[in-house]
Design a protein around this ligand. Sequence first.
Ligand code: PLP
Length: 392
Amino acid sequence: MSKNHQFETDAIRTQISSTHAQEHSTPLYLTSSFTYEDAEEMRAAFAGENDKNIYSRFSNPNLQELVDKVCLMEKAEAGYAFASGMAAVFSTFAALASAGDHIISCRSIFGSTHTVFNKILPKWKIETTYVDIDKTEDWDKAVQTNSKLLYVETPTNPAVDLIDLAWLGAFAKKHQLILIVDNCFATPYLQQPILFGADLVIHSATKFIDGQGRVLGGITVGRKDLIDEIYAFSRSTGPALSPFNAWVLSKSLETLAVRMDRHCENAMKLAQYLEAHEQVAWVKYPFLPSHPMFEVAKKQMKAGGAVVSFGIKGGLENGVKFLNAIKMCSLTANLGDSRTIVTHPSSTTHAKLSEEERQKVGITAELIRISVGLEHIDDIINDIAQALKTAL
Ligand SMILES: *Cc1c(COP(=O)(O)O)cnc(C)c1O
């Protein structure tokens, strides 16, 4: 690993060593276990006295390359790669929280993370209090003597709200909370929460890290002492990423910077187009001056990201007409793909929340989320324009 290169170079030049065949591209280590020269080397591997791999549930060269890369990109000390973003979220909380511990989380979070906090962690008496991301003046009240972990997504899904990461880092420090940031929407290219005091960063690698809608993956990176606990938990419980998916994801990171530049350029143009459209009630995009946290966005993000949300005039009825009229863009639950994706969160990804919970996080029936892809911007805008026209 080099410590002197720029972000783009680390993303390309961080490679595990090649085999005797001297591959230029990293080979795929499709093996469940690893062998030893003799009994002593094997004993030392199990005792943790050498850095030999043992079993792919514990470690594998392809996973190591992915972890090394994301650590460099996020300025993190260590990490562990998981089979999905949710495996990363669940394992991180299960490893760090014990019965009686308390979590503070922003209210607007990914739907399945909400289910983990509301339905799964309470089985082990780990309770969560939600706070509004835009009402930080109330957050002190959420802190209890047993509070241990603080969790946020910024920008949030699907409302694209932001929090000031510098403020958040100071808040976590003041209350001695372990700060965990889901950095999925921003990617390490646009935002590095550890620089603002985050202890751990989580990614659903399924999204922009893969970027082409092929594989699932997740990763947690950050403080070495915390990653050691997450590793100990995961090594025995088995949420590890497959070597093949790790290989795909590591390759994908080579193009993250160029892809994100284009994603952001396209998203900005679409956001401006929507903002000027008479059938659109409102648009949320971090780099639009109309975003309530525009100044904060410019301070902590390199660009606004790929996700634009907007409210269509005429509410649910016109929203359904709009979705049915889409021709080129995809109607699917994913995001962070080279293909533009249109979703209606209140009837799909966030349908499990109660109506009251949805209202609280701003997921109204009129909200439409667009994950802007890498097609030519004129074709994206043309498709959205004709669908809006049909929805009149
Ligand atoms: C998709 C997503 C997840 C979960 O990731 P999977 O790879 O689908 O398990 C977690 N957080 C955010 C913000 C996401 O968008």
